[in-house]
Design a protein around this ligand. Structure first.
Ligand code: MN
Length: 733
């Protein structure tokens, strides 16, 4: 490596700084410049000893992020200062208090937001989701946090080459998964496109290279075609005294690749590898009619495809995008996409949210982007939703195309495609959704699950008595509806469960049983539910009868099965088997071998489906499942019924499979095999162990003699440090 030339580097830093100032908007005044200078000085000092993976001085990175924020996103001085400072608190000796002292409240809030979102690298997916949610939460504070974060990510992607291979893949995938859709949602098209292309470059380098080289090869030809196409339009626009800008723009590599995949076609078969963009300079009052005039001129020369007209001027996309798109038949029988928009619309398409801000109040239109951000806030403010679910819902809403629905008054609402009448109800208001009884679409009564089409006019019928049903979650698609339904179901379940708990407590008191932790656990087991919430909910909706509860208490106090088992064991293990047949009966899930008698009423023989009925006097009696007495026995004495089945006498050996999961550490594997082979003297049939991302997973298949033995093995395995979960399955051989 050549020695570092600090002189040269210092010059380069100053150069970059001057470029940054040049990238700032012309509205930047003296005060703004002073602020940027101050932030720059601090950042240079804070990062002075640091270098990036590429060997460059670290300060190059914050300057680049600030440059992107200024030039490509169009942010102002405060954001530029924040971008310069974005890594200071996280990576250097400076504390957040230092920033507060030097720069004050506004900047410190943004820096806090940026620091809170620690880098999502090297974390598992749920943490990553949590982190992303945190980032979105900062939307409620200040959108600038996310915009700077996107600038940060873009520069990291541009300089990803110097990272190790694994990190490249991880960062690039994350970019495709989260950041590019977010940039899209915030209307930052060029940034979204670049993030996608870079994402593809690092996740799928071969495909990326092949498409980009083919694009290069066909460049000259394409340019010729574009010029030929534009020529007549240009002169006609001039004749009509329209001030305009016209250019042919290649589509992104990512989008070409997406088209190839989606339609399973080759590169050559993708017809719209570029689009023509016409930008008109017109006043805000005339921009709509000007755009349509341009449309009229274009279609004078080329026939439009009526199915491909998109009017996002009359109704903009939710991310703020406004434009008029048409696809026309060009020379040589080739379809060409033409995008027509005003200078203002183009600004918004390029710079998204920031540009929106700039034009706020200039247009009458209520900003749909503001609406969207408000929606996100609402979803985010619901603490109940889990992070992974949230991201899934959120992503769904990021990607889906939109439909437009009218209220009875003619107001327009935007919903994702495949939204239902119920989604629309929640869109109007959560109360309307919660009490939604039905809907009328274009005057016709439809079920709540009815999928809406763009242009539908929808009226919602409500009733105060209506409450959300679990079933509703099957057909709503918006995160807003999902979250509201989930939380209202949860609240309701909790209320019912707390009533149920009072009920069961009172009933048990009558039966002289106290409801404590132990009883609760026994109840959960007995009624085969997962949690105490589920248990009390069942009592709350009266799905457990009094006699069932009495049955439980009887078993609990008398301990039927245990009593009888003890008695039989004490009475010796003489197994009264039918001599002619080499099968015996085993009981319960543990397959205990116990003494029994065959019932005379139905006389079961080996192979019959059977159950055991426990009696104090006579031990266990075996009945056929379809014995005429069985219904009466089962319904009145359910707690005395024992599972039973026939097995071969000779070979009461099991093959057991144990699945274990835990947190991996050095020596864990060794401890596991040691317990199994040396301590327990069992035969291992096969072992399958894997360790991924710190999680140890193993499947061990063993020969064991009985289940009691297996249980004690489980107990020993559980005690090993790091083992978190043991699951067991076994079968006879
Ligand atoms: Mn950074």
């Amino acid at each position: 490596m050549s020695p570092i030339d600090t002189n040269k580097e210092e010059k380069e830093i100053l150069n970059k700084y001057r470029n940054l100032l040049r990238a700032c908007s012309d509205k930047t005044d003296k005060k703004d410049k002073k602020l940027i200078r101050k932030a720059f000085n601090l950042a240079v000092d804070a990062h002075k000893e640091m270098r990036r993976k590429s060997g460059e001085p670290y300060i190059y990175h914050p300057i680049a992020v600030a440059h992107i924020s200024a030039k490509e996103i169009g942010l102002g001085a405060t954001s530029i200062a924040c971008a310069l400072l974005h890594d200071v608190v996280e990576d250097t000796d400076y504390e957040i208090e230092d920033i507060e002292r030097m720069f004050g409240g506004k900047i410190v809030r943004i820096i806090k937001g940026l620091t809170k979102i620690s880098d999502v690298f090297d974390q598992d997916i749920s943490l990553q989701a949590e982190n992303f949610r945190k980032m979105l939460l900062t939307l409620s504070d200040d959108v600038r946090v996310i915009l700077i974060k996107l600038a940060d990510r873009l520069h990291n992607m541009r300089t990803l080459d110097s990272m190790p291979e694994q990190k490249k893949l991880k960062i690039a995938s994350e970019t495709l998964y989260l950041y590019a859709p977010l940039a899209h949602r915030l209307g930052l098209y060029p940034i979204k496109t670049e993030l996608e292309d870079l994402g593809l470059k690092f996740t799928n380098p071969d495909i990326f290279k092949s498409i980009s080289s083919k694009l290069n090869e066909t460049k000259v030809e394409r340019k010729k075609f574009i010029n030929k196409f534009i020529l007549p339009i240009k002169s006609s626009l001039k004749e009509n005294n329209i001030k305009f800008d016209i250019k042919g723009r290649p589509k992104s590599i990512f989008s070409i690749r997406k088209k190839m995949e989606k339609q399973s076609i080759s590169f050559e078969e993708v017809y719209d590898k570029f689009a023509i963009r016409i930008i008109v300079d017109s006043d805000i009052e005339n921009e709509k009619s000007d755009c349509w005039q341009v449309y009229s001129i274009v279609t004078d020369f080329y026939k439009p495809n009526p199915d491909r007209l998109r009017d996002w001027i009359s109704t903009s996309k939710t991310n703020g995008y406004e434009s008029l798109h048409t696809t026309v038949m060009g020379p040589e029988g080739k379809w060409v996409e033409v995008q027509i928009r005003s200078r203002r619309m183009d600004d918004i398409a390029e710079k998204g949210y920031a540009a929106h801000w700039k034009y706020k109040g200039v247009t009458e239109k209520e900003s749909s982007l503001d609406n969207w951000i408000n929606q996100i806030r609402e979803v985010l403010e619901n603490p109940e939703s889990n992070a992974v679910d949230f991201i899934d819902d959120f992503k769904l809403n990021l990607f889906s195309s939109e439909i437009f629905i009218f209220t009875p008054n003619g107001d327009l609402k935007t919903l994702p495609k495949s939204a239902t009448a119920l989604d629309f109800a929640f869109e109007i208001h959560s109360e309307v959704g919660i009490n939604c009884l039905g809907a009328k679409v274009n005057g016709k009564l439809v079920p709540l699950s009815h999928v809406l089409n763009s242009g539908d006019q929808v009226e919602i019928i409500t009733s105060k008595k209506q409450k959300p049903k679990k079933d509703w979650l099957r057909f709503v698609v918006t995160s807003k509806a999902k979250t509201k339904i989930k939380s209202s179901l949860k609240v309701e379940k909790k209320e019912i469960a707390s009533r149920g708990k009072e009920v069961v407590e009172r009933k048990l008191r009558h039966l002289k049983v106290k409801l404590n932790r132990k009883t609760e656990t026994e109840l959960i087991k007995h009624f085969n539910v997962n949690t105490s919430l589920d248990l009390y909910y069942k009592f709350g909706i009266s799905s457990i009868s009094n006699s069932e509860l009495k049955g439980f208490v009887k078993i609990k106090t008398a301990g039927w099965y245990e009593t009888i088992k003890q008695k039989i064991y004490r009475g010796g293990r003489s197994i009264t088997q039918s001599k002619k047949d080499n099968k015996i009966i085993v009981f319960d899930d543990n397959e205990d071998v116990l003494d029994y008698k065959l019932a005379v009423c139905c006389n079961p023989i080996s192979g019959d489906k059977i159950f055991g009925f426990t009696t104090v006097e006579d031990g266990i009696k075996i009945h056929k499942t379809d014995c005429p007495n069985s219904i009466q026995l089962r319904s009145n004495y359910a707690y005395r019924i024992l599972k039973a089945k026939w097995v071969d006498k000779e070979t009461i050996d099991f093959i057991a499979t144990i699945n274990i999961r835990g947190i991996d550490r050095v020596g864990l594997m060794n401890s596991v095999t040691k317990v199994i082979s040396s301590q327990m003297h069992v035969n291992i049939r096969s072992i399958n162990i894997s360790s991924e991302d710190g999680i140890f997973e193993g499947e061990i298949t063993l020969f064991v003699h009985n289940v009691t033995f297996l249980n004690s093995l489980n107990e020993k395995l559980t005690k090993i440090d790091g083992i978190k979960e043991i699951k067991r399955t076994y079968k006879h051989i």
